[in-house]
Design a protein around this ligand. Structure first.
Ligand SMILES: Nc1nc2c(ncn2[C@@H]2O[C@H](COP(=O)(O)OP(=O)(O)OP(=O)(O)O)[C@@H](O)[C@H]2O)c(=O)[nH]1
Ligand SMILES: [Mg+2]
Length: 353
């Protein structure tokens, strides 16, 4: 038998003491309070979104966030968009594909492209594809945010990315985003920041931020606007991401997996949502599979008496309920997919090209 199933609904309540989960909950809460679901219902006469008149001088553009794993790119996109569009975790290589977060204001639209962290240890095909996704975002962008973690000195991967940007960003403005400034002791700040600046002497602008605390996010947004060209709206005003509801659900479940799984298991896991539908009683039924690579990883994911899977399911269900704005019945299965990280067909099933 390669499949196991535990119904997680309502069995274990996890105290939400983890600041990351609280952070993501408050983002979702704010989003749902404001909008109720993934996109806004427009009131009044429907008008084709791309025919609505725009003010003179309307600006728009694509802003790619590039950086090594774990520096806070996804946290930053969520903060800039004001909604949770990308999952976040303490574990490196959380983001696996490009994720857009869209901000629409009366006079501008910015499409943020969150990318997988670029690193120099690609042991599997999936890692190569992740890095390809990130590198491919560079020439598509109007502005590039080179996100670094200033809480520690520049890493070899930062040096590698700086070289990549020097070669590939061409005439595009590159901003240094000096993130995690909340973790940088004041006495080290000047020397540390200068050591990052030295990596890319041609940068166009630089901004210390704390994506976690929201520091300088508004200022960064304003600086970005100065560098964006005049242009149209590329997306309807009420769209905050280009991910499908299936993809968002899978990512929210994967975030819970990343939170509870340890060592090699998080990297060996993937989530595929197979069914998602609202039932007559108003409950949204979601059926998903958690892939692991080896038989030995399955009992780890399920835990003794199914406790681990119940914890994952309980946290994921809460996030999914906020996301759909109603009750969710989550049917979670663990499935062994040998070597899926190196298997083209498996990777295609997960949406990789
Ligand atoms: N102290 C502090 N922590 C932060 C900040 N921004 C992000 N983090 C934390 O850093 C960790 C990684 O954040 P992510 O947003 O997932 O990082 P990422 O760059 O998207 O990582 P990958 O997707 O793996 O490339 C999480 O634990 C975040 O809560 C910040 O400004 N300050
Ligand atoms: Mg990320």
């Amino acid at each position: 038998m390669t499949e196991s199933n535990v119904k997680p609904s309502g069995i274990v309540e996890i105290p939400d003491e983890n600041p990351e989960i609280q952070e993501s909950e408050s983002l979702i809460e704010a989003f749902l309070t404001e909008h109720g679901a993934v996109s806004l219902e427009s009131e009044g006469e429907p008008q084709p979104w791309n025919e609505a008149p725009l003010p003179a001088g309307h600006k728009s553009g694509f802003v790619a966030l590039i950086g090594r794993p774990n520096v806070g790119k996804s946290t930053l996109v969520n903060a800039l968009v004001g909604h949770k569009v990308a999952i976040v975790s303490r574990k490196p290589q959380t983001t696996r594909t490009r994720v857009t977060g869209i901000v629409t204001e009366p006079d501008h639209q910015i499409i943020f492209i969150d990318t997988p962290g670029i690193h120099d240890r690609p042991p599997h095909k999936i890692n190569e594809k992740m890095i390809d996704e990130a590198v491919a975002a560079i020439p598509d962008a109007d502005v590039i945010l080179f996100v670094v973690d200033v809480s520690s000195p520049p890493h070899d991967e930062d040096i590698h990315i700086a070289r990549l940007l020097a070669a590939k960003a061409e005439k595009r403005p590159v901003f240094f985003v000096l993130n995690k400034m909340d973790q940088l002791p004041l006495e080290k700040a000047e020397a540390r920041i200068e050591s990052f600046w030295a990596l890319l002497p041609g940068y166009a602008d630089s901004m210390p931020t704390s994506a976690l605390k929201g520091t300088n996010i508004e200022r960064l947004h304003a600086h970005l606007l100065d560098h964006l060209p005049e242009g149209p709206r590329y997306y309807p005003h009420d769209q905050i991401t280009d991910q499908t509801i299936y993809q968002i659900a899978a990512e929210l479940i994967r975030e819970a997996v990343l939170h509870f799984a340890h060592q090699e298991v998080p990297h060996a896991s993937a989530v595929l949502v197979e069914d998602l539908q609202e039932q007559e009683n108003g409950t949204t039924y979601i059926s998903a599979r958690i892939w692991v690579e080896r038989e030995s990883q399955k009992p780890i994911m399920i835990g003794k008496g199914g406790q681990q899977l119940k914890r994952i399911g309980s946290v994921a269900r809460k996030e999914l309920e906020r996301f759909v704005g109603g009750t969710v019945y989550l049917d979670l299965w663990v499935k062994v997919k040998p070597k899926w990280r190196d298997h083209d067909a498996r990777l295609r099933e997960l949406g990789f090209k």
